[in-house]
Design a protein around this ligand. Sequence first.
Ligand code: ADP
Ligand code: MG
Length: 702
Amino acid sequence: MSQFLREPVSTLPGLGGIKAALLRSELGIVTVGDLIQHYPYRYVDKTLIRTIRDVLTNPDTALVQGILSPFQYQGHGHKKRLVAYLRDGTGTLELVWFKGGKVIEGVLQPGQAYTAYGKIQRFRGKATLVHPEMELLRTATSPRDLTFDPIYSTTEGLSKKGLDTKGIRKLLRAVIPRITPGLVPETLPSELLSTLRLPGRVDAIRNIHFPPSQQALEDARKRLKFEELLFLQLDILLSKKHRNRELVGYVFDAVGEHFNRFYAEFLPFALTEAQKRVMREIRRDLGMGSQMNRLLQGDVGSGKTVVALMAMLIALDNGYQSCLVAPTEILAQQHFQSLKDLVRGMGIQIGLLTGSVTGQARKLTLQYLAEGRLHILIGTHAVLEDPVIFQQLGLAITDEQHRFGVAQRAALWKKSTPHPPHVLVMTATPIPRTLALTIYGDLDVSIIDELPPGRKPIKTELWYENKRLRLIGFMKEQIAAGRQVYIVYPLIEESASLDLLNLEEGLSSLQREFQRPEYQISVVHGRMASADKEMEMQRFQNKETQIMVATTVIEVGVNIPNASIMVIENAERFGLSQLHQLRGRVGRGADQSYCILMTNGRLSDDARIRLQTMCRTNDGFEIADVDLKLRGPGDLEGTRQSGVQGLKIADLREDGAILQSARTIAAKIVDADEHLEQPANLCLKRHLQETRPHNRTWSRIS
Ligand code: ADP
Ligand code: MG
């Protein structure tokens, strides 16, 4: 970075100590470089002057021009206001100031021509501009230079000191003309600029603040977004490259007896192409000699469990233990059961460790684990605790990553010496690939993007309260045909008691419709003891009950193929990815499955989009895209740790295409020149070193 960009803003004329301190505390602006990167968040298009008549019929945000009338005060007390009129030959517009009348009177000159800009408001049948932005025209007939005026975000504190959007604009008007390529060096190789037809950095910065035209503004935005995303991707890819080289891991080069025997004799189905591809990726990681850190993304029901198992068999074939950690006791139980079923007869020892494994059972499990008599340990967070000692842990798998923090992953790392175990993180929350690569920067990403064959797509419908009777009839029909039904109530986090009430009300009306002994109902909710939850789940799984009433505790992972109807009450209260997760509990068997979204009909726009999306598609990635558009990436798990929060101009929701291109180009650069030594890449390296000094990689490769 040049000296110029590093200068504190307090060296700029008119920015005394107080203002500079405020800029720092309120907007984080310390240096001239920071100020230049305080990009406008919108622009006032002053290239289009409308006639007052037009504005009166279509009230909107508008720019008009005309002759200012003399001022007058109207009203009394706190309603007292300064009023004037602007006339342009087609009509008359009222201008009103509720505050600062004295100043306005002193500055604006009646009889002169002005432009006025603002949002036209309808007030008692009249069109009014309240607190318009006024600018003097030199002559009434020759309009001044028409431009896009930048609007900057600011704060009340700053505005009081004169640094409102106009004040900030004035600062930038003084600074921007001074920038030259000597003071603000180019950060992108010139070849790249010409291939992508992007403006140089100085032009982009000038034009983002004071665009001479719409096109220049768009080019500037594109360039600055691209630059930001390219450096983010370079940072991620280079760190990953250097880290992989450094983090030595166990080498699992044998694919031996257990793996092969399982594949040939025990695997109950053919793997999908996607599962095979992911297995290859995992095998390559495990054999390479560096530690694996891989995220396995796959939609609900895509078959991640068997992939996890096969990875664990590779570990076993190489003399290492593995563990699989699930977020809830129910899930751990279920994994334990289904893995045991899959390898029954192979002589593989699998243990279970959860909070409710206590006393002698716990003691033995821990002992066998330490002695190496257990090959695989399934459990909850209990596995991470200190007394849990493996003889030789080689592979740690976590299911449903979004409940797992970085700290917990770190705890897993410590369970093995001399190297950390290989780590596989599984998640059923699909997010678009480029975004995954960005957000989970520290992980490699594998994706299962294909469901096992023969699945019947789940039929999803939105039903209003008036179909309640039909719902009951439908449930009875399906139960008579041998199916089971989930009914899910929203968890109302701000009110634990309301939550239960909601479920209990639903339950008692259900009990009237579905009476014993013909019908049996299970209930599971978050405030039950885990042993009770477990028992209820078990009863449902054993088909002793036909209906499972639950809050969202069944959200992740549970696998009961005979349950083919999912009813979601107050569906409008659920987030999109949550709805998709819930729906994923059905559609696991051979029968046609249904998901019925119940709602009382008062839907917000977002809720409507969520429910319509659910009815339209079963595709988790498509759903993730919509979710991302509705909520923004800030809400996605993992965004906080990534550099994504620091983006000043790029928006991951909207700039997918630019992100993709930045990713591709960054990968090419890193492959060809991982130390950024080629002359053309020196500008990249310099910028990385300056802007990301916290990144150890940069100090090492410099
Ligand atoms: P998830 O990815 O949601 O964890 P699971 O691993 O629970 O999915 O798999 C869902 C169901 O699909 C399980 O019953 C599993 O046995 C089955 N399954 C997995 N892979 C295949 C396959 N290739 N062919 C057929 N069924 C499969
Ligand atoms: Mg699963």
